[in-house]
Design a protein around this ligand. Sequence first.
Ligand code: IVH
Length: 718
Amino acid sequence: MNPEQRINELAGQIDRYNFQYYQQSISEISDMEFDFLLKELDALEKKYPEFRRSDSPTARVGGTITKNFNAVYHQFPMLSLDNTYNEQDLRDFDARVQKGLAGKSYEYICELKFDGISLSIAYENGILVRGVTRGDGLRGDDITNNVKTIKSLPLHVKTENLPSAFEIRGEGLMPFGSFQKLNEEMESTGENPYANPRNAASGSFKLQDSAETAHRELDGYFYYFLSAENTFKSQEESLLVLQSLGFKTSPGWEKVTGIDAVIGYIHHWEAKRSTLPFATDGIVIKINSFAQQEELGMTAKSPRWAIAFKYKAENKSAVLRSVSFQVGRTGTVTPVANLSAESERTVPFGEAKGVHISGTYVKHATLHNANELLRLDVRLGDVVFLEKSGEIIPKITRVDVNKRSLFQTVPVVFPSYCPECGFPLVRNEGEVAFYCPNDSTCPPQLKGRIEHFVARKAMNIDSLGQEKIALLFDKKLIRNSADLYELRYDQLIGLQKDMSNEETGESRPIHFGVKTVDNILKGIEQSKNAGFRNVLFGLGIRFVGATVAAKLAGHFKNITSLRSAGYNELIAIPEIGERIARSILDYFTDTENLRTLERLQKAGLKMTTEEQPDPAESEVLEGKSFVVSGTFDEYQRGSLVHKIEMNGGHVQSGVSSKSDFLVIGENFGPSKLEKAKKLNVWILSENEFGGLFQRSGVGTQRYVNRPETGRNFMDTAI
Ligand code: IVH
């Protein structure tokens, strides 16, 4: 099978498995086998880029960089909907519909209202060609490469009975699971986590590096099929067609008659929506028949045939019992509110259950930073309002000042000194967070850095969790990651501690027996096999997350080159901005860090990447542009391209005044030859091309000036 056939075969297989997995929840092969297929396809496409299909499933893993997103006009404007929060408005809407349709019967389709960002996806001849954000409704940003990373989104669809060009509209979103993972990762690298999944989705769809977008695991739900011709008769029909083509649609969408049934649907989903894996903020109600939609028409900005009902975020009151100031791995100090229900005001905090809101009991809520404390102006003992909307994180929205007693005057003050180590806190200009600069002895910072080092995406020492690290730290056996590699059996065996929980009063002893110690030491030993990118991530350089670490490892290949890289070299790498570059430079100027690094290196950790790129053969074709046309005997087309590139040349798709050489094989394109002749581009047969490398060995040819064009060319006569 030739590479082109294999590429097509793999693309087909991967596509089928993807469809089964994401649309039908079936999986015929293991994740590993799947990855294998994807890797094989990726490797082939890199080697034979000319055979890469525009709907290739490798787009899902990303890898393209978009510096600026092009603005594109929507073929049909993207409108918004009228919103309402109450049932009376819905009844009024229904009355307007009734009037507008002059007594004819009608049906509604009820769908969930997804809380993400609107997307418009264009297909031409069944192939996904463009994904665009809503923008201002008329013009959005072309984010095609990022949209293609949505694993459940078909990159091509069957075209039977469909117009050759159409657009699918829907919502791009970040499921709760991906959101939580992303925020944990961001917190662990000292970045500000996103406030809610919608902001996270919006930020992630606009990343320059699609590999990073892919990593963030976005999803999409679709509700609209648009084309120049009227393809379907109703919303019901188009939802069914979207489903059959493999698009995800609203779970539980329903066709109902009468506004009471609509309200019943709304009530039904009010509680149930919290069981969904993504955020919803309401229900969208649409007239089913497209003919009737047309009859009702639009107002200036929204259709008269649809309305959005938004659920109110659940709001509960709570008592602010105390505020803790937590110090994170990077030294950032975060105020956290300790809350109980109003009815629990006199119950000891350890025994209080907390406030029941949207299905869970809440006892803690972040107060974010000093500015937020000022904004809320909270006092200890205040009754506050707690809100949990589609966003899983509870938020204190305001103080109920009416319930504040005259004696309640103790304001919450942000400390000036680190609550853990007593160091004066600092705040960088332009940043809201205060942090403890004592990164060399402040306990939560030291422990946090070790926790980060052993994490799955770093050294993956899963036999060491937070509690065990705390114990080793308390026993003064570890202060930094390098200490782990010097731990001995006799130091660990028999260690124990009561990990009591101050809130619940629960006491739980941990004890290092033979098995525990064996596992810890084995885990530490095995971590020496972790790749350079994991080590780099594990170092805990501020703002260097797993993806950035992988990027740096791939670029620099080893720690020595990374260490010696300057600012300009760093920021020239896509996705490495000023902030990351400065942080890397800072890291490598700290002598403590350098000492730890040296010890880690001595312990045998990988400080170089193993995969080395093909070494270049020569620079003999440096700066030369080639066009390749036809088929060849000795070379596969792809390996000819490779050969050119390995010797410093580059390959263009068409002949232009910038071309230097046209290499022609059998069945070459006559128009290319014609053009090459006209533009005085040097023409080489396969033999001539190959001969260049054989006769005198690569690197010994010399360039002479070609009088007609003034351009340099390779003198094959020597
Ligand atoms: S239909 C004419 N259906 O809500 C606009 N929109 O406020 C038709 N949305 O911009 C939109 N879920 O981004 C529709 N099931 C759903 C939706 C939905 C979320 C968003 C969409 C739209 C906004 C309208």
